[in-house]
Design a protein around this ligand. Structure first.
Ligand code: ATP
Ligand code: MG
Length: 308
């Protein structure tokens, strides 16, 4: 059972002390195998991933990538997805309005919503939509609202393969709650002079939450959005970013592609847009998500102690 502090325990393979296989080591290895089997059943028990798109900086592509990732998981992998829109701007809710159901995002903080009952029979892509009430969440008592939200997200993650959370561009209660409830965080950035500061702040927040509240939280990766490899300014910012955060950068990028906002304004994914100009956008978006997924899977393997 997931706790407020963390969902599943991560188990490491016991270190081998000698070359010869001794009784103590055999027992330790058996215990490790047993733990792996338990963990496999834990995951098979229906606990999906909770992926948060977050950056304290505004306008970097959090909503765009969160919605595209939800479409990608649903349409390319056949996974069931629930997107929680925590931004009062409600842009993700506008794109996915056809998938809205009874549970609003603000309600997930207020009460132990019977999310399972309310979502039963919904389509396999569901939206917990934003509303103006979300602004009031910031005034709630964190010690009450955050555990309620975490339990509701846990209930959703037992119902859906993937829960995606779009966050507002500010370190408030909603962003903190998302990071505490999440398994993985994706940090989209747009390279410019001060983007390195934004990434530094975001990583401090992620690692702070991991240390204090949610040891299983992993940084899935920093995604370069609206990247222009010919821009001198972006190239300089890229050099700075690589110097400090190379290990976290997803080695691909998404350019500024008009097909992306065009598709989302029509409520469809970029690969569902019947237009030649969407092709390059599709290729870039898919490459980024495939690499992101590979990083998440490798981190899962590493934390279960299995060779990747
Ligand atoms: N790769 C892209 N190509 C073209 N337009 C893009 C791309 N990524 C984002 N945009 C556009 O940039 C704007 C900001 O993107 P988005 O709303 O996803 O950012 P955000 O980080 O969620 O912003 P906020 O912090 O305000 O929530 C939107 O108008 C979106 O359509
Ligand atoms: Mg947004």
């Amino acid at each position: 059972m997931r706790t407020f502090a963390g969902r599943r325990s991560r188990r490491r393979r016991p270190a081998s002390t000698h070359g010869s296989f001794q009784a103590g080591e055999l027992l330790r290895t058996l215990r490790w195998l047993h733990a792996c089997v338990e963990q496999t059943f834990d995951q098979g028990d229906g606990m999906g991933k909770v992926v948060v798109f977050s950056n304290q900086k505004g306008g970097v592509g959090k909503t765009t990538l969160a919605v595209l990732y939800a479409f990608w998981q649903r349409e390319k992998h056949g996974r069931s997805v629930c997107l929680i829109d925590l931004d009062t701007q409600g842009n993700a809710s506008k794109t996915l309005r056809a998938h809205a159901q009874g549970v609003g995002a603000a309600g997930l903080f207020a009460q132990e919503t019977e999310v399972k009952d309310q979502l039963a029979g919904q389509g396999r892509l569901a939206l917990a939509p934003a509303s103006k009430n979300l602004a009031d969440v910031e005034l709630a008592k964190a010690e009450v609202a955050i555990p309620v939200f975490c339990r509701n997200v846990e209930a959703l993650s037992s119902l859906f393969d993937v829960v995606v959370i779009d966050t507002p561009p500010a370190l408030g209660l909603r962003m903190s709650a998302s990071l505490i409830a999440a398994t993985d965080v994706v940090c989209p950035i747009e390279l410019e002079e001060y983007s390195i500061d934004g990434v530094t702040d975001m990583l401090k927040t992620v690692f702070g939450v991991r240390q204090r509240y949610n040891p299983q939280l992993r940084l899935a990766g920093i995604v370069l959005n609206r990247f222009n490899p010919h821009s001198v300014r972006q190239k300089a910012a890229m050099r700075q970013l690589v110097q400090s955060f190379a290990e976290y950068i997803v080695p691909a990028h998404i350019s500024t592609r008009s097909a992306i906002p065009e598709a989302l304004s029509q409520g469809v994914s970029v690969w569902a847009l019947a237009k030649g100009s969407a092709r390059d956008a599709c290729l870039e978006v898919r490459e980024v998500f495939e690499l992101l997924q590979r990083r998440m899977d490798a981190q899962d393997m590493a934390s279960s102690g299995m060779p990747s």
